[in-house]
Design a protein around this ligand. Structure first.
Ligand SMILES: [Zn+2]
Ligand SMILES: [Zn+2]
Length: 554
């Protein structure tokens, strides 16, 4: 059956697999296409745009993803988790003369929100973090667990001393890396495993002391895919001056030129059975799942792990099942539909936000361990069931049932959220689609001097310790940024020049430079077999099918 997306106008199909899932969840097919739906749900996740704001209960300042101008109350996390307030006191009757979403919006605007997503009691000396647990001495990292001394990054797990890295696991002492696993001492590398002491690697495994290489396995002393002796390697490495800004720039350019002449895998998947997507690992019977691990029977899930039988679900997971059109929810969720930010041991929820340990609730906000509630009001089991049916019938009439929360209910501006990493939009495009936008306004830095990035010395040896009292203006955006003490020590230890771009610009370039979350049909560059790849046909990279790629590499 062909449908036209009510939002972007493209034609899309409800597949038999989709329909079977809709039947199982007792919902009608959605009205917008998969991309428009994902975009909407991604805007529920602001992991790394953080603000200093006041807790609306204690007046104390803290760091929050909610801008101070938000109209709903926001409590610091410890305060939110205390028993000093009761979400049930905001309970209200259903008004069948009005649309559901209008009433739900009023409830959302009344109930206090948890002001920062951190696992209470596990964060040491790391105030500027979000969506985080088990951290020590970290700064400006988000979607992270079990890290120490990591600064500026996202999706870091079980790692130490990572600076400007994204999606890295079990790694240490890396700078400006993305999608690296079990790596040590890497700089400017992508898609590497078990590599160490190297610069500008792409898709390498088990390499050490290599520079500007792609598709290498268990190699040492290679530069630009050429094997050298140890002596030659040391000599050429010294001549490259990788401790200077210009030296790094020149090597980046040479490496990128070489990489364009070498084949790539169609997608970066591993250990899957009967599954499609990208950056998908250890999964079975999945379709179009991205940046995810341990999934079974899932369709269009993004950034989740340990999930079964779910569809259109992003951000979190962790032993969750039957999740449909949910965002930022997880930790043993079961049968949740159209929810946002519902955490730990929830089951059978429809249209709920910020609930924990609840079951059989509809349209509730901020509840803890409640059952049979609608709009935060308690009912008996039979009254709940009757009222739920009546409310669904009402929502069918008002064309609301089966649709995710409308955009005006979203607490974040489009450009504050992870939606920008998958679907980058301009301000005009975001506004046209009905999303909010927040123009960046940096506080004037309280510093002794501000210097333009291009005036920074070439190498760290020429930078005085006093630089931590300055601000640097980003060479791309002109935004001022500071260097923190721990960061400076890291650059000194690794003889790296100071970055010349604002951390947000660095994040943006790192995360949007990777291949995306759309699969395109394309012919293998070697055997012409039809493949599905995240490299669009017009992109310049050479893409091989899995078999041809492996033949080439091994
Ligand atoms: Zn669409
Ligand atoms: Zn091939």
């Amino acid at each position: 059956m062909a449908n036209t997306c009510v939002e972007c106008g493209i034609s899309w199909q409800v597949t038999p697999r989709d329909q079977a899932f809709y039947d199982r969840m007792s919902v009608p097919p959605p009205k917008s296409c998969a991309d428009c739906r994902l975009m909407r749900r991604l805007v529920e996740r602001n992991s790394r745009t953080l603000y200093k704001r006041k807790c609306d209960k204690t007046g104390k300042e803290f760091i929050s993803p909610y801008h101070p101008d938000r109209t709903f109350p926001v409590y610091a996390p410890a305060v939110w988790w205390e028993d000093g307030w009761d979400a049930m006191s905001y309970g209200r009757e259903v008004d069948f003369a009005r649309p559901f979403f209008d009433q739900f919006q009023e409830l959302l605007n009344a109930v206090p929100h948890q002001g920062q997503f951190v696992v209470g009691g596990t964060i040491q000396n790391s105030d500027y973090v979000n969506c985080a647990g088990y951290l020590k001495d970290c700064y400006l990292i988000a979607e992270v667990d079990y890290n120490e001394n990591c600064y500026y990054g996202n999706r870091l797990y079980h790692s130490k001393y990572l600076v400007d890295c994204s999606t890295c696991y079990d790694s240490e002492l890396c700078f400006e890396c993305i999608y690296c696993i079990k790596c040590y001492g890497l700089r400017h590398c992508r898609e590497c495993k078990n590599c160490s002491e190297s610069f500008f690697l792409d898709n390498c495994i088990g390499c050490k002391d290599c520079i500007g290489c792609i598709n290498q396995r268990q190699k040492q002393y290679m530069i630009l895919n050429k094997q050298l002796t140890k002596e030659e390697y040391e000599k050429q490495k010294a001549a490259l001056k990788l401790n200077t800004f210009d030296g790094l720039q020149a090597m980046r350019k040479k490496a990128d030129e070489l990489f364009l002449t070498q084949p790539r895998k169609p997608v970066q998947n591993e250990n899957n059975e009967n599954s499609t997507g990208n950056h998908l690992y250890d999964s079975k019977n999945c379709e179009e799942c991205y940046d995810s691990k341990d999934l079974e029977d899932c369709v269009r899930c993004v950034r989740v792990f340990s999930v079964k039988s779910s569809m259109d679900y992003n951000s979190w997971g962790d032993k969750s099942e039957l999740m449909y059109q949910c965002a930022a929810s997880g930790d043993k969720g079961y049968n949740l539909k159209f929810c946002t930010t519902c955490t730990t041991n929830n089951s059978n929820l429809d249209y709920c936000g910020h609930c924990t340990g609840c079951s059989d609730c509809f349209g509730c906000v901020g509840l803890r361990k409640k059952k049979f509630c609608i709009f935060n009001k308690q009912y008996s089991e039979s009254d709940y069931k009757n009222l739920r049916e009546k409310l669904i019938a009402h929502m069918k009439k008002s064309d609301e049932w089966g649709e995710y929360l409308p955009k005006q209910l979203c607490p974040f501006a489009y450009n504050e959220t992870i939606a920008m990493e998958y679907f980058p939009l301009t301000k005009q495009e975001a506004l046209k689609r009905g999303y909010a936008w927040r123009d960046v306004s940096d506080e004037k830095p309280n510093v002794t001097k501000v210097i333009p990035a291009m005036k920074l010395p070439q190498s760290i040896g020429d930078i005085p310790d006093d630089v931590i009292n300055w601000a640097v203006t980003c060479s791309v955006t002109g935004r001022p940024f500071r260097i923190i003490k721990q960061e400076l020590a890291f650059y000194r230890q690794w003889d790296l020049p100071l970055p010349r771009k604002h951390p947000d610009q660095r994040h943006w370039e790192r995360t949007t430079g990777r291949s995306g979350i759309k699969l395109f049909p394309r012919a293998c560059g070697k055997c012409s077999k039809q493949i599905q790849t995240t490299y669009a046909p017009e992109r310049p990279e050479i893409v091989y099918c899995e078999e041809c790629y492996l033949k080439e590499v091994y």
